[in-house]
Design a protein around this ligand. Structure first.
Ligand code: GDP
Ligand code: MG
Length: 370
């Protein structure tokens, strides 16, 4: 099934197309530069030119990107990754902004206007927390479906002047399905109509038993507007993180997940990557989904240039060859050749899948017509 055009083969070997066509003829294969030859023939030609053959398969990809398991002694605790979820208008965005504002020191480069899709704060007691700026349920599920589990703790926002609503239930279900612990933030507590007890009893019906109801789920009354309870919420998250004993190995090559990515007119493809394990460094070669690259520069959530990013640190990465998608997994590999091969292999697999899907649809259409 694997095939390559003569031109592409010549290109990858950095040989002249004419020479490759000649070599093919000597082996009894007549092909023009745009024709495809099978993998076995290509392998023969590659060897004739004195190059090494590397054929990529799923197993090879696994082998390259799945490094050995971390030794317990190499593990260090890492910041929790927190996603805020809840019903529309219950205050997710306001809460994210309020936390950012209280904790990001004004005057630092970039200040509070930074926007890389995630940020880190330090609590009064000195714990570091990483917040994802994508409070959409769709983002959460689509990332999970792409293989990236990027949330350790869900903060479920419920407005105290409202109640448990459809998207509240959806969020509860997402968190449960992902096996991620929840903390309930009962928001808008500043409002005269606030009724936090109703929220707590409502939650009981969805099997979320908060501490105030003698359950295990921490609940904190907050106001994104007045700032009440924000520190308490952050300490609750830090406590939950401690219970989870989150650890990573900063000493290995990085693995991360794309939080968001876009094609920037001036800078090319840019991706916000959340490092999940290892340390990502300037100059590292990586594969990310169907793309690959070499870290040319990195910026942290403050808009400052950084040379490396450890576990749970979000960074904006420059140096990609294409734009990946949110939820794509990034793996640092040894060589550019490996990175390119894996990316091309994945592109090919995706293309084949699309072609197969297209063929199926066409067939279906034909059948329906018949
Ligand atoms: P989201 O849809 O969950 O992101 O909700 P928003 O953050 O956009 O908030 C919806 C509305 O509720 C906005 O008008 C906010 O100003 C308001 N709001 C959010 N948090 C609070 C709060 O703690 N107290 C009050 N009084 N209003 C709030
Ligand atoms: Mg919002």
């Amino acid at each position: 099934p694997e095939a390559i055009t003569v031109a592409e083969l010549a290109n990858r070997m950095a040989e002249r197309v004419g020479d490759v066509i000649k070599a093919l003829m000597q082996n009894g294969v007549m092909a023009t530069q745009n024709q495809s030859i099978d993998a076995d023939t290509a392998e023969l030609i590659i060897e004739e030119f004195g190059h090494n053959v590397t054929r990529v398969s799923d197993a090879d990809v696994e082998q390259v990107i799945h490094t050995v398991e971390d030794k317990p002694e190499d593990l260090q605790s890492r910041a929790p990754i927190v996603t805020i979820m809840g019903h529309v208008d219950h205050g997710k965005t306001s809460l994210l902004d309020a936390i950012r504002k209280t904790k990001v020191v004004a005057g630092e480069a970039g200040g509070i206007t930074q926007h890389i899709g995630a940020y880190q704060v330090t609590t009064e007691s000195g714990s570091t927390l990483t917040f994802l700026d994508t409070p959409g349920h769709a983002a959460f599920t689509s990332m999970r479906s792409r293989g990236a589990q990027v949330t350790d703790i869900v903060v479920l926002v419920v407005a105290a002047d409202d109640a448990v609503m459809p998207q509240t239930v959806e969020a509860i279900n997402h968190a449960k399905a992902a096996g991620v612990p929840m903390i309930v933030a009962i928001n808008k507590i500043d409002k005269p109509s606030a009724n936090p007890t109703k929220v707590r009893t409502d939650l009981l019906q969805h099997e979320v038993v908060v501490e105030q109801m003698s359950g295990e789920v921490q609940d904190v009354e907050v106001s994104a507007i007045s700032g009440q309870g924000l520190d308490e919420l952050l300490e609750a998250i830090a406590l939950q993180a401690e219970i989870l004993e989150l650890k990573a190995n900063p000493g290995r090559s990085a693995q991360g997940a794309v939080i968001e990515a876009q094609l920037d007119v001036g800078r090319g493809p840019v991706a916000t990557v959340l490092v999940q394990n290892g340390t990502l460094r300037q100059g590292d070669i990586f594969v990310v989904g169907e793309q690959w690259g070499k870290v040319r520069a990195m910026e942290n959530d403050q808009g400052q240039r950084v040379k490396e990013a450890g576990p749970s640190v979000p960074v904006e990465v420059l140096g990609l060859n294409g734009t990946p998608e949110a939820g794509d997994v990034l793996n640092v590999v040894e060589t550019e050749a490996q990175a390119r091969e894996i990316a091309e292999y994945r592109q090919q697999v995706a293309k084949d899948k699309r072609a197969a899907a297209g063929a199926a649809t066409t067939l279906e259409a034909l059948m329906q017509k018949a």
